[in-house]
Ligand binder design. Structure first.
Ligand code: ATP
Length: 307
């Protein structure tokens, strides 16, 4: 049985073009046909927690009153994510412009739109207080992140995926139980930490980054793309989880598949190590097909690969 996960975050329509290489400044690159698919870190992670992780999942976010909003709602509902606390606001639904190269790598520019209006009111706080895991990212106002984390009940976990890179206020750092970052985000956070570490001297390897971040939070997961992920917990030995060997088609949303399945496994009371192994399998499957939410595997597929 799944536990309860509440994801507070962004929802975007992803406008995707496959290109031979990402355009440099001033360059125009001709690509393939355009695809419009459901995305946004919050919505992707909610779909992953529900479909890929089997958790009872609520998504708290904000959408416009446009066609893109319908695309997102139907994707969330298809994955059995509860959408009763999604606001409809007078701003366009968030939009991400994405180019993908043949090796599956992406470059992304986001227009936040409605995501700037995500809020945590009394009804949303009540749902958050019933969650086993509160899962957050940084594509929404930091005030909403702070209020969502503050609404958790004692004993529940706050998992923050600190993406995209952004400076975190001290009070938000202290709300985090588990921090999930990729290598770039880890380096950015370490560079911004108070103390002797500066951007010029910041440690570069993921285990040193994880160790530095453990000074601020009790547990850190650093994802390292096709090398897998690292799990660091205070007082425990660092665990390295190698990536599953797969043919990457589109890595968009790999990190989101990871975070959603991690949160779902934690919501059932599993250890962080065990949750990270499932997350690693989910993310590997997600990179083998195009799209973000559309590429998220089922819990059965995830468990079969992780076994
Ligand atoms: P994205 O922004 O593309 O969603 P990210 O930068 O947040 O991804 P990554 O570290 O690139 O995160 O990838 C997240 C996880 O996805 C990795 O820890 C790994 O488990 C899995 N993964 C990514 N790329 C591959 C790959 N080529 N093969 C297998 N697993 C992969």
């Amino acid at each position: 049985m799944g536990g309860r996960v509440v994801v507070v975050g962004s929802a975007n329509v992803d406008v995707v073009v496959e290109v031979p290489h990402h355009p440099r400044g001033g360059e125009t690159v001709l690509g393939g046909d355009v695809r419009r698919t459901p995305g946004g870190k919050g919505a992707n992670q909610a779909v992953a927690a529900a479909r890929g992780g089997g958790a009872e999942t609520t998504f708290v976010g904000a959408l416009g009153r446009d066609e893109a909003a319908e695309l997102l709602l139907s994707s969330l509902e298809r994955a059995a994510v509860r959408t009763d606390l999604v606001d409809r606001v007078a701003a366009p639904t968030g939009t991400a412009l994405i180019t993908v190269t043949p090796d599956g790598r992406n470059a992304i520019a986001v227009a936040p739109g409605a995501n700037s209006h995500v809020r945590v009111d009394a009804a949303r706080s009540a749902r958050l207080a019933a969650a086993d895991v509160v899962l957050l990212q940084l594509e929404i106002p930091v005030d909403a992140v702070r209020s969502a984390a503050a609404a958790k009940r004692p004993g529940a976990l706050v998992v923050l995926n600190a993406a995209p890179s952004r400076r975190l206020p001290a009070d938000v750092w202290s709300q985090i139980d588990i921090l999930v970052v990729n290598e770039t985000e880890a380096a950015d956070l370490v560079a911004g930490l108070p103390g002797p570490t500066t951007p010029a001297t910041a440690p570069a390897d993921p285990s040193a980054l994880a160790a530095a971040l453990l000074g601020r939070v009790p547990a850190v997961v650093v994802t390292v793309g096709d090398e897998g992920s690292l799990v660091a917990e205070r007082g425990k030995r660092l665990l390295t989880i190698p990536a599953h060997p797969v043919r990457a088609v589109d890595t968009t949303g790999a990190g989101d598949a990871y975070c959603g399945v991690l949160a779902a496994a934690l919501s059932r009371g599993g250890s962080l190590d065990a949750a990270a192994r499932l997350a690693n399998a989910a993310a590997a499957l997600a990179v083998t097909s195009p799209g973000a939410q559309d590429a998220i595997p089922t819990a059965e597929e995830v468990e079969a690969l992780a076994a």
